[in-house]
Design a protein. Structure first.
Length: 69
């Protein structure tokens, strides 16, 4: 199992957090997502290797910015 944490900027409400969670959930291999709206951190888990580039791209596709922390 692997875990990556990203700092996502632009999330201002639970609706935003839900959109980010749904979008990341569409990335192949992702098995779990935890969004902390207060800190802007999103933790992603996967049984295999996480494609960090694809996760960041997925977040950016819906108008937010993400960086691996």
């Amino acid at each position: 199992m692997s875990t990556s944490t990203y700092k996502v900027t632009g999330m201002t409400c639970n609706g935003c957090a839900g959109k980010v969670k749904t979008q990341i959930g569409n990335v192949a291999g992702v098995s779990g997502i935890d969004v902390d709206l207060a800190t802007g951190h999103v933790t992603v888990t996967s049984a295999g290797q996480i494609d960090d580039v694809r996760v960041v791209e997925a977040v950016e596709e819906i108008g937010y910015e993400a960086v691996l922390v």
